[in-house]
Design a protein around this ligand. Structure first.
Ligand code: ADP
Ligand code: MG
Length: 696
């Protein structure tokens, strides 16, 4: 097939350039080349003047003359400068390579069109390695949009600049007889109102007008996202098909009596909805795999408790796995508090559980005497065996790897239902891509009466007023956290920071009790400090980020984050979530130096402006790009998307998901003849670079 043609046979390529294209762009075949999409377009009908150049221009074209050439430097530092003017001002054209070629080709005092990106160097505007065309009369000049391609240093050294790439693509088009075969099935093209593959590829490289370009972009973005979604949906459907789950038929006395007698407050509508979704799953006969997203403080724990009671009503055991001992023991206390006069046996198992107690727990799990087990990853150990584990909750999931999840499943002959709870909101687009095989529930509502945390940004030179503020809060009966960053490269330096901070804070607040907490302390020590803080025996806690997730002390109303510039947005949001858990107005103070990069300043602004975890997660995705988000690296997802953008193109993503779902619901195995092409594309994509099948 033509698309499989080796790139070296395309006129203008040959073996040497083919090697460079292979290495630099991962382009091996004519098909790969056609899918090497431009990154932007220049409007050829727009001519700029030198005097209007400013720093904001990405790529421009100028019309004018070279007045003189000048050579600077020696040997490898040599550079050729051409002084260029269009009558409104001067700009330098600069070459560091191919100097001989340029000198021979271009002459002073002839009219040229120059393309390039202007930059300021030594207070003069210049364009490095511009594209130059002889000036043609208006009538002969190409108009419309010209595609620009990313190229690498190595490519440029072999004269493979954007323009050369375009020429090669033009030549490749010349080799095609008739039309390119369609890469999507006819039903998809029709339902989603897509341009044909042939027209899309043609218009993405050589747009005939802006409208056709937009349609071409839509089509190619859709296709890219569609195949990711098709793969996920197919995989999830396949697994659901295979994995029979326990059936939780009924709601019985445990849930009912909890609901009637023990529930300390009215459930929020979001909590009710999520519990309903889980009930539906667990009654369906298929194994549930559900991601529960809810901002910090949204009440996920209660949802977990109630689902576990449903499991009990159906004769099953449950467990909850938390990422740290502090969190596990907090959950344990919460559960015991909520279930105190019910006939429910809850146990806590962590790394520091004593040997004797551990043995008792093991026995209790096997006999079925223990109904609910709470713990850390100590739960995963092989010696921990259940009588009949039916429901597993994983809290703060991004700290657990996929392998650990799988290990929990294998504790039974049949896999239990799994609920993964996360307070690190993942933008929906990303969730659909990374956790695409999990069903998603969202608690998008906080319990009533919560006041949004007020967030302030302060410079580190001005601590006086802040300390006064903390003093007033503590005098009014509240408590405060002061968090120091964790610098991974140097744990020692970290502790030094923390120690110094601790000493300093103690001196600044002699009238209060200050405690400290960090990751190197023994679990029992941490536990003791936490208990003292919970009991308000200490009013100020100086800590590293060990308190980042889950810690719940409703009386704390001030969170001070030192060196806030060192934290990412989602981490700042997590830390802020430690306050605002009670009825009082709470505050979060971000402390940074005065000098900040523009990205960091932006982060601080987002934090002071928004309390919404989803808004923050979207902003984080925009600022950092999805590849950096926690937990995404190991997910096996191709984030080197060629044309689609998970942030900007979310509407297309949702549409692609819908279409993928409708195809799979009609033809789960893609076995209908008209879907053969989809199957082929999927195997082309997964066979090549990505392994999309291993998600989840
Ligand atoms: P998270 O979702 O961050 O895990 P938690 O489950 O720890 O949140 O709940 C935060 C706090 O809100 C807890 O003190 C909990 O008791 C309380 N809470 C949960 N649900 C409700 C509700 N429906 N009404 C009032 N308070 C609630
Ligand atoms: Mg929680």
């Amino acid at each position: 097939m033509i698309l499989q043609t080796d790139i070296k046979f395309v006129p203008g390529v040959g073996p040497k350039r083919a090697g460079i294209l292979n290495k630099e762009l991962d382009v091996f075949t004519l098909g790969d080349l056609l899918r090497y999409y431009p990154y932007r377009y220049i409007d050829r009908s727009r001519m700029y003047y030198v005097h209007e150049i400013d720093g904001s221009m990405p790529y421009i074209q100028l019309k004018g003359k070279i007045t003189a050439f000048e050579m600077f430097g020696e040997g490898r530092k040599k550079r050729l400068v051409a002084h260029f003017t269009d009558g409104t001002g001067f700009i330098d054209l600069v070459w560091f390579q191919g100097i001989r070629f340029v000198e021979n080709k271009y002459k002073a005092n002839q009219e040229y069109i120059v393309f390039g990106k202007p930059t300021l160097f030594n207070n003069r505007w210049n364009i490095a390695h511009p594209d130059i065309d002889p000036y043609l009369s208006e009538a002969d000049r190409p108009d419309g949009l010209m595609a620009m391609y990313n190229t690498t240093e190595k490519m440029k050294n072999h004269y493979l600049n954007s323009k050369a790439v375009q020429k090669i693509i033009e030549n490749a088009f010349g080799m095609i007889n008739g039309r390119l075969p369609e890469s999507l099935s006819a039903d998809v093209v029709k339902t989603a109102h897509l341009m044909s593959f042939h027209d899309a590829v043609e218009n993405i490289h050589f747009p005939r007008n802006p409208v056709l370009l937009r349609d071409a972009e839509f089509r190619l973005k859709f296709e890219e996202l569609f195949f990711i979604q098709l793969n996920i949906v197919r995989y999830a459907a396949d697994r659901k098909d295979k994995l029979n789950g326990f059936v939780f038929k009924r709601v019985g006395k445990y849930l009912n009596s909890f609901y009637e007698k023990h529930l300390p407050f009215e459930l929020t509508n979001a909590q009710k909805r999520v519990i309903k979704e889980i009930r539906k799953d667990t009654a369906s006969g298929k194994q549930m795999n559900r991601l529960l997203q809810g901002d910090v403080g949204s009440g996920k724990t209660l949802v977990a408790v109630m689902c576990m009671l449903i499991a009990m009503d159906n004769g099953f055991q449950s467990c909850l796995m938390a990422p740290t001992e502090i969190l596990a023991s907090q959950h344990f206390e919460t559960f015991r508090g909520l279930l105190s006069d019910m006939d429910v046996n809850v146990a806590l198992l962590t790394g520091s559980t004593r040997k004797k107690e551990r043995a008792d727990i093991h026995a209790g799990l096997l006999s079925g005497d223990i109904h609910i087990l709470i713990g850390t990853h100590a739960l995963i150990e092989d010696v921990v065996q259940f009588n009949n584990l039916g429901f597993v909750v994983i809290d703060e999931q991004h700290r657990f790897g996929v392998a650990q999840r799988a290990k929990l499943w294998s504790k039974n002959e049949h896999p239990p239902h799994v609920l993964v709870m996360t307070a690190t909101p993942i933008p929906r687009t990303l969730a659909m891509t990374v956790y695409g095989d999990l069903d998603v529930s969202v608690i998008d509502e906080l319990p009533p009466g919560r006041k949004p945390v007020q967030t302030l940004h302060r410079y580190d030179k001005k601590r006086g007023a802040l300390y006064q503020f903390i003093r007033e809060q503590v005098k009014a009966g509240r408590q405060a956290y002061i968090v120091y960053p964790l610098i991974e490269e140097s744990e020692t330096l970290d502790l030094k920071n923390l120690e110094e901070g601790f000493v300093h804070i103690r001196e600044a607040f002699p009238e209060f009790t200050v405690c400290k907490m960090h990751g190197r302390m023994k679990p029992a020590e941490k536990e003791e400090v936490m208990q003292r803080f919970v009991a308000n025996e200490a009013q100020i806690m100086v800590s590293t980020t060990v308190i980042e997730v889950g810690v719940n002390v409703p009386n704390a109303s001030v969170m001070v984050i030192e060196s806030a510039q060192r934290f990412g947005l989602s981490q700042l949001h997590q830390l802020r979530g430690r306050v605002g858990r009670g009825a009082d107005q709470s505050y979060c103070v971000l402390i940074t130096p005065y000098e900040l990069s523009s990205d960091t300043r932006k982060r601080m602004e987002i934090m002071t402006e928004s309390n919404d975890g989803f808004v923050i997660a979207e902003a984080d995705l925009k600022l950092r790009g999805p590849g950096d988000l926690e937990g995404t690296q190991q997910s096996g997802i191709p984030f080197n998307l060629k044309i689609a953008d998970l942030v900007r193109d979310n509407a297309i993503l949702f549409r692609a998901r819908e279409v993928a779902e409708s195809i799979i619901s009609r033809d789960p195995k893609l076995s209908q003849p008209e879907h053969l092409v989809l199957k082929q594309q999927l195997s082309r994509l997964s066979g090549n670079r990505y392994d999309w099948g291993r998600i989840g």
